[in-house]
Design a protein around this ligand. Structure first.
Ligand SMILES: [Fe+2]
Ligand SMILES: [Fe+2]
Length: 448
C-alpha cells in the first residue's frame, strides 16, 4: 500500500472517528447552551416539559425560563433529552417568518434580486419552504441562530436562495430541490457548537483553533442525523459542503464525483454569497473564474449566467483595498516555494506531502490568469487611471489569500497523524502565514 493511500485511509478513519464523537456530543454542547441562555435574555425560552439529567435529577420544571442564571444547571449535567427537544422559544422562527426574512434579504440586494429573477422561478423558494414541514428541534436551532448569530442566519438564508436559484435553472427534480434548500439552510449549524470568539470579525485564527473549523461540517451532520427522517441528500450536502473537486477540501478530501450534487451546489452558492456581500457583480464573475477546478464548472457557469445583466450592479463594494499587502503575501509564498519544494522532495513523507506542490502550482496558474506578478505594483499608477482596476485586482487577491489560507488548513489536517512532519509543517506555516495579513473573518465570510 502506498504512503499516499495510507494517508488517505488514515484521514477517512479520523473523519469517521470524529463523526462518532460529534454524533455523541451533538445533543449537548456548552457553546450552544450559552447561546440559548443569551437568547433567553431577550426572547422567552421555555422548558416545554420537565427537564431531567441523565441520572434522574430534575433540573428545570415545565414552564421555567432558560436564561443566564438557570442555564448553568443545564451545563452542569448530562441531559436525558437534547435541549432542542425540551425547549421552545416564544418568538420562534417558522416557515412564514423565514419567507418574510428571505423577501427582505432579496429586495435589499440587487445581486440576489438579479439571480432569483433570472432563475426561471423567482418565487420558487417560498413554495419549497412550504413543503418542508420543518421539525420543531430544527426551528428551535434556527431561532437560536437568528437571535444569537444573526450574521450566520442571514448567510444561511442567502446561500439557500442562491442555491435554489441554481437548482431551478439546472432543472433539478422537486425532491432534490427540497434537499438542497434544507441542506443550505442548515449547512453551518455546526458553527454554533464552536466558541464564537474564535470566529469574531477581524481575528486571525490560531493553529489549534483551525480544528474547530474543520469539524463544523461533521457537527452539522451530527446535529441533523439526530432528526428523524432526514434525507440522505440533506445529510451528505451538509457534510460535504467544504469538499472541493481537486481534493483540497474537508473533512474527507473527497474528489470529483464522490462529492454529491447538493454539496457542489452549496459550495458554488456560498462562494457567490460571500463575494456578493463585498463586491460588484463584475468582481463576482472574476472570483467565479478563479475557482474553476475547485468548484463544479457546470454550476459555476450557471451562476455566471444568472449574474449576467446589462447594467453593472453597484452593490456594497469593498473600498478597503490592501492590494500591496495581499500582493506581498502572494509574492512571498511563490518566491519561497522553490526552496520549500526542495525540502519536501527530500523529506521522509515526500509522497504524502506531494499534494502541496499541486496546490502551489494551481495558485501559480490562478495568479497568472489574474495577471498578478511581483512587479505589478511598480507598473501601476494607484492614484491615476490604473486605480479603476484595483477593485478587480482586489477580488483576485482576496481569492488568492483564501486559497493560501485553505492550503495551510489542508497541510495541518493531512499531516496531523503523520510522523516526522512537525518541522516541515512549521516551515510551511511560517512561509505561508503572514502576520500582517489577517484571515478573512466570519461576518459571515465563508471561512466556514
Ligand atoms: Fe457557510
Ligand atoms: Fe461551512
Amino acid at each position: 500500500m502506498s504512503v499516499a493511500h495510507d494517508a488517505a485511509t488514515l484521514l477517512h478513519s479520523e473523519v469517521h472517528q470524529e463523526l462518532r464523537v460529534q454524533v455523541d456530543a451533538a445533543d449537548q454542547n456548552p457553546h450552544f447552551t450559552h447561546a440559548v441562555a443569551r437568547v433567553g435574555e431577550k426572547n422567552e425560552v421555555i422548558a416545554q416539559q420537565d427537564i431531567y439529567a441523565e441520572n434522574g435529577m430534575k433540573l428545570l420544571a415545565k414552564g421555567a425560563r432558560v436564561n443566564r442564571s438557570t442555564h448553568l444547571r443545564l451545563i452542569a449535567h448530562r441531559l436525558e433529552l437534547p435541549l432542542d427537544v425540551v425547549l421552545c422559544a416564544a418568538d420562534s422562527v417558522d416557515e412564514v417568518s423565514m419567507v418574510r426574512d428571505m423577501e427582505r434579504i432579496i429586495s435589499a440586494d440587487p445581486i440576489l434580486r438579479n439571480i432569483t429573477m433570472r432563475s426561471g422561478d423567482p418565487q420558487g423558494y417560498k413554495s419549497i419552504l412550504g413543503t418542508l414541514h420543518l421539525p420543531a428541534p430544527l426551528l428551535f436551532r434556527l431561532t437560536v441562530m437568528r437571535d444569537d448569530r444573526n450574521d450566520l442566519y442571514l448567510h444561511s438564508l442567502r446561500t439557500a436562495v442562491i442555491a435554489h436559484s441554481l437548482g431551478v435553472r439546472i432543472g433539478l427534480s422537486q425532491g432534490t430541490l427540497q434537499d438542497l434548500f434544507l441542506a443550505s439552510i442548515c449547512h453551518d449549524f455546526g458553527e454554533m457548537h464552536t466558541d464564537r470568539t474564535i470566529l469574531s470579525k477581524g481575528r486571525a485564527i490560531q493553529g489549534s483553533e483551525r480544528r474547530f473549523i474543520h469539524v463544523h461540517p461533521i457537527t452539522s451532520y451530527a446535529i441533523l442525523s439526530k432528526i428523524q427522517n432526514m434525507a440522505p441528500g440533506v445529510l451528505q450536502g451538509v457534510l460535504q459542503h467544504h469538499e472541493r473537486l481537486d481534493g483540497s477540501g474537508y473533512p474527507s478530501a473527497l474528489t470529483e464525483e464522490r462529492i454529491c450534487t447538493e454539496a457542489r451546489i452549496i459550495a458554488v452558492a456560498e462562494t457567490v454569497e460571500t463575494i456578493a456581500r463585498r463586491a460588484r457583480k463584475r468582481q463576482i464573475r472574476i472570483a467565479i473564474r478563479l475557482n474553476t477546478g475547485r468548484l463544479d464548472s457546470r454550476y459555476l457557469s450557471v451562476a455566471d449566467e444568472l449574474l449576467q445583466t446589462k447594467e453593472d450592479i453597484d452593490s456594497t463594494s469593498d473600498h478597503n483595498i490592501d492590494v500591496a499587502g495581499k500582493l506581498a503575501r502572494l509574492t512571498m509564498v511563490l518566491g519561497a516555494w522553490p526552496a520549500l519544494q526542495e525540502k519536501i522532495k527530500h523529506h521522509k513523507q515526500s509522497i504524502a506531502l506531494d499534494f502541496i506542490g499541486k496546490r502551489v502550482r494551481s495558485i501559480q496558474s490562478l495568479a497568472m490568469q489574474a495577471g498578478l506578478s511581483a512587479d505589478l505594483l511598480e507598473c501601476l499608477d494607484l492614484t491615476g487611471d490604473d486605480a479603476t482596476v484595483l477593485p478587480e485586482l482586489n477580488v483576485a487577491l482576496v481569492e488568492m489569500d483564501r486559497v493560501i489560507d485553505e492550503l495551510i488548513f489542508e497541510v495541518e489536517r493531512r499531516t496531523s497523524h503523520l510522523p516526522d512532519c512537525g518541522p516541515i509543517v512549521e516551515d510551511i506555516r511560517k512561509t505561508f502565514e503572514t502576520p500582517s495579513v489577517s484571515l478573512p473573518s466570519v461576518e459571515h465570510t465563508g471561512k466556514m
